[in-house]
Design a protein around this ligand. Structure first.
Ligand code: CP
Length: 316
């Protein structure tokens, strides 16, 4: 694996998941793979899980890390070409990416969708610029359109907990106070379909994801109907794609509640975290024995570790 920007960088998905599960059994078996190598984690946005699980994964591989919080520590970056740089942005991505890539063997970046301009977010300007100007392999720690490390952790979690070969997985929109990106939902949908699971997406009208993310998933506007027979319920809020970045509904009836979970096949509950309790999901669901939110977050270590392993093997 040369870089990890999306599902497109994965040659063999079942093999990658199998490898992650093997690593989880013995996390330090490749502790010499990262010796004398280093990774820079660049954050343009906040994080708890991605930051710490990435550092832990690197630690397990003997890989040194440095963290750059661009907002508080770095120069503001200009991504557009040919502009007169007379605003608050002091450094161009051409120099920044080249310099960082000359210091480190691997570079990982988090840059959320700004939700102001759909074309700009969906052009993946930040990731594509790093890929173009950074000489080191690049890892996506959530970008304008996707969160592949999260989707890989979700897939690992479902593989560990599924009781049938092809589980019914439901991605349900849930209400939120603020406009959130579509990245997690986009990636979850793509990766679940790549794993050949039976995916249903349920949301109020107006929250349709981009066609490429919906793919062949079933779209069901009646949430209660969507839950029927589900093996996994994956809750997430996202803002509208068609009316880009807008919050069209805050309907509390879309919250995941214990009463609705009764319609499922004793489904396990999932969410990428952080989650707003009693807005997205009722306490009774997230605190139940069927909740997988903590194992799912733990698997963020192994999604990053397996990606790093494959990248480091290519660097050798
Ligand atoms: N799920 C996830 O990416 O969490 P953080 O935003 O805390 O990194």
């Amino acid at each position: 694996m040369k870089s990890f920007l999306s599902l497109n960088d994965v040659e063999n998905l079942p093999a990658l998941v199998k490898d992650a599960l093997e690593i989880k059994k013995n996390p330090h078996v490749y502790k010499d793979l990262g010796r004398n190598k280093s990774m820079c984690l660049i954050f343009l946005n906040p994080s708890l899980r991605t930051r710490l699980s990435s550092q832990k994964a690197a630690f397990n591989l003997g890989l040194q890390t440095a963290v750059l919080d661009v907002g508080s520590q770095g120069w503001q970056l200009e991504f557009a070409d040919g502009v007169k740089m007379d605003s608050d942005k002091a450094e161009h991505i051409r120099e920044a990416a080249a310099v960082i890539g000359s210091y480190f063997d691997v570079v990982a970046i988090r840059a959320f969708a700004k939700l102001e301009n759909r074309e700009e977010d969906y052009s993946e300007q930040v990731m594509e610029s790093f890929k173009k100007f950074c000489p080191a392999p690049v890892i996506n720690m959530e970008s304008g359109t996707g969160h592949p490390l999260q989707a890989l952790a979700d897939l690992i979690t479902i593989e560990e907990h599924k009781t049938v070969e092809k589980p019914k997985v439901v991605l349900t929109w849930a209400p939120h106070l603020k406009a959130l990106p579509q990245a997690v939902a986009n990636s979850f949908s793509r990766w679940m379909q790549a794993a050949d699971f039976d995916l249903t997406i349920t949301h109020p009208k107006g929250y349709e994801l981009v066609d490429e993310a919906v793919g062949n998933a079933t779209v069901e506007y009646d949430q209660q109907k969507a839950f029927e027979g589900a093996d996994f319920i994956y809750a997430k809020n996202w803002s509208s794609y068609s009316q880009y970045g807008q919050v069209l509904s805050k309907d509390p009836n879309w919250m995941v509640m214990a009463e609705k979970m009764k319609r499922t096949n004793n489904a396990r509950f999932m969410h990428c975290l952080p989650v707003r309790r009693n807005v997205i999901v009722e306490d009774a669901v997230i605190d139940s024995n069927n909740s997988l939110v903590i194992p799912e977050a733990t698997n963020r270590i192994y999604s990053m570790q397996v990606v790093l392993k494959h990248i480091l093997e290519e660097l050798k």
